[in-house]
Ligand binder design. Sequence first.
Ligand SMILES: [Zn+2]
Ligand SMILES: [Zn+2]
Length: 276
Amino acid sequence: MRFTVLGSGSTGNSVLITTENTRVLVDAGLSAKQILLRLAEVGEDFEKLDAVLITHEHSDHAGGLRVLLKTVRCPVFLSDKTQDAYLRPKNGANGERETRLRQKVLKDNTVSIESDEGFTIGDIDFEPFSVPHDAADNFGFVAKNSGVRVATLMDFGHFTPLMKEKLTGCDAIVVESNHAIDMLRACPVYSWELKERISSPTGHISNEDVAEWLTEDYDGSARDIVLAHLSQKANEPNLAKLTAEYALETREPLFRTETRITLSRHDKPTEWLDYR
Ligand SMILES: [Zn+2]
Ligand SMILES: [Zn+2]
């Protein structure tokens, strides 16, 4: 199994996970055009996608889906609650029209999943788990194939005991590291309400929260941890990376680890991380 984060940040998120026989696009939050361009850039044929898996309805995870489905013909895996939220008309003149168009592309083209019950796509087994976020039914998951375990989780306000448990024994973990607490506080372009939303227990996770998990709870088993969903306004990539690396270094001597920290980017794919 291998994966690449095609793009990640507050403006859009998509991850591609593949095996020899299966290709799954996780979230379609980049524009359809960017998803198709980046699939080509990493050497994948969009016609061979087996599924698009949608974690939650927020536009930075599902905003490119409708237009993408004009080109890509594969089933969309999502939970009923997420589908309802995705199809709920937004305010404004185009809200009803957008809902009709969304209904049309999803018609007879969805597979209903539960956010806390395993499902399979091709030869990849998915073990999803709920995460605390202000969406209808967001989840993270562990993707499993031939003994390899890759976890992906974005958009959550705090680590729960269940999440910490699911993140053990993984070969790779893609985890949100949204903001630096001080940078979010000082950010001149975000309103007070938005700052409250981001830093709430159902908002987004900070570099400092990730560092605490890395020091206190992470089991050290992953070869790679990819930091994702970095805010372009309230974070700085090198700061996020240094904070995580420093956290790994301050683990108790017996629990030191060789884990490598990689940054994802909003504007281009990461390299392939390969566990075959
Ligand atoms: Zn998001
Ligand atoms: Zn979200």
